[in-house]
Design a protein around this ligand. Structure first.
Ligand SMILES: NC(=O)N[C@@H](CC(=O)O)C(=O)O
Ligand SMILES: [Zn+2]
Ligand SMILES: [Zn+2]
Length: 435
């Protein structure tokens, strides 16, 4: 395997050093890196650029099988690599659903063939995402895909008995239930955040309580059975309070926030453009402030993109008819720099925690999220935090164009990504994996 020498990088934005990548691992840093490099090492001058451990996305929709008009495993994982990711958890709401060993192994294989990032299929909680009976959880856990994260994401596991059983069941293989917290009865026909603005715009509201009541219930259930709960895409200040309370009680709960909920508000609905239609909906400025604070203080553990590509026809329509979801893999890091790092709310080390090590731990990954120490697997992303770029959906690598940041200027660009010692991105562009 080719050796790579990354010269002049700033690990976690700190002191400059060289990093030697050899046989898929970080072999040496500092003066030793160049001194011990083999003669045929490939040198990359990355002076002054920030190096972070490869990012891990706990919440990605790759859409394959079944949704190839929006994304494929290939296009989605290539977009992930360009965004600085080295691993993604692929959500189960595909067609057929990832609710058995055969489908999760198919997604695993497609991910390996593509070679852009490590793909970890999420298993559905219920058969067919129907919320009635448990899926083949154990078969998925013990399959080659080694599934540890289970979710009906897109739908809420609303039946408390089924949720309790799922929480109990995953304990035997150290799994976690990742819940899409949305009470279905309280959100029938909902279009946007329920508040002053939904009344003004005449769009049916999605109340905060529909999220918060499910989180409270699930936290109590997880505590009761002594299991692990992960809360997907937390979007309200009230949810943050409940999670803080649950953690203080010692309940094993982790929480995730999306980049879009850290930056955008329900005000975007004034455009009536379904590009801003997402589940859970964009909330108020007060909610955004509470989410940022919770991410900084550790109440919210991770950033998950909830990358949700949709074909043009499902977004180029009136609000009511539009699909829920927005793309996010190629803009997550820029949005986090804009909302958390540049304002001084988080350091690069904090960012590495919420975008790499914590999601790897929640998903029980062994070869991701270990940092930039000698001996760690060489999963590395190198970015220029100074450059500012205007987002253009048509120029992104994802197959879909439903980015909510179209035309916005955001800081930061990933210039290089290394996956197990092999470059997947150089000079900001994907490196052909054909060789
Ligand atoms: N976030 C969304 O608005 N949509 C997601 C489903 C989900 O994450 O709940 C999708 O699959 O399109
Ligand atoms: Zn969801
Ligand atoms: Zn999702």
């Amino acid at each position: 395997m080719t050796a790579h020498l990354l010269t002049g990088v700033l690990p976690y934005g700190e002191d400059p050093t060289d990093i030697l990548v050899l046989d898929g691992a970080i072999a040496a840093t500092g003066p030793e890196a160049a001194a011990t490099a083999p003669a045929d090492v490939v040198r990359h001058d990355l002076s002054g650029l920030v190096a972070l451990p490869g990012l891990v996305d706990i919440h990605t929709h790759l859409r394959e099988p079944g949704g190839e008009s929006a994304e494929t495993v290939y296009s989605g994982t290539r977009a992930a690599a360009v965004g600085g990711y080295t691993a993604v958890f692929a959500m189960a709401n595909t067609s057929p659903v990832q609710d058995n060993a055969g489908v999760v192994e198919q997604v695993l294989r497609l991910g390996r063939e593509a070679g852009w990032v490590d793909v970890h299929p999420v298993g559905a909680v219920s058969a067919g995402l129907e919320g009635k009976h448990l899926s083949e959880m154990s078969a998925m856990a013990h399959s080659e895909a080694r599934v540890r994260v289970f979710s009906d994401d897109g739908k809420c596991v609303s039946d408390p008995v089924l949720m309790r059983r799922a929480l109990e069941y995953v304990k035997s293989f150290d799994g976690v239930i990742a819940q899409h917290s949305q009470d279905p009865r309280l959100t029938e026909g909902s279009q946007m955040h329920e508040g002053v603005l939904s009344a003004e715009l005449g769009l049916r509201g999605w109340p905060a309580v529909a999220e918060e009541s499910i989180i409270a219930r699930d936290a109590l259930l997880a505590g009761h059975v002594g299991s692990r709960l992960h809360v997907c895409h937390v979007s309200t200040a009230g949810s943050v309070e409940i999670i803080r309370w649950a953690k203080a009680r010692g309940i094993d709960v982790t929480a995730e926030v999306t980049p879009h909920h850290l930056l955008l508000t329900d005000e975007m609905a004034r455009t009536y453009s379904p590009i801003y239609k997402v589940n859970p909906p964009l909330r108020t400025a007060e909610d955004v402030a509470a989410l940022r604070e919770a991410l900084a203080d550790g109440t919210i553990d991770v950033v998950g993109t909830d990358h949700a590509p949709h074909p043009v026809e499902d977004k180029d329509c009136e609000w009511q008819a539009g699909a829920f979801g927005m793309t996010g893999l190629e803009t997550a890091l820029p949005v986090l720099i804009e909302t958390m790092v540049n304002p001084g709310a988080m350091t690069w080390r904090d960012l590495a925690r919420v975008m790499s090590s914590a999601p790897a731990r929640i998903g029980r990954l062994e070869d991701q999220g270990q940092g930039l120490e000698v001996g760690a697997p060489a999963n590395i992303t190198v970015l220029d935090p100074q450059v500012r770029r205007t987002v253009d959906g048509a120029a992104q690598w994802t197959h879909s164009t439903n980015t909510p940041y179209q035309g916005m200027e955001l800081p930061g660009q990933v210039l290089a990504t290394f996956l197990h010692g092999r470059p997947t991105v150089l000079e900001g562009r994907p490196v052909s994996q054909e060789a």
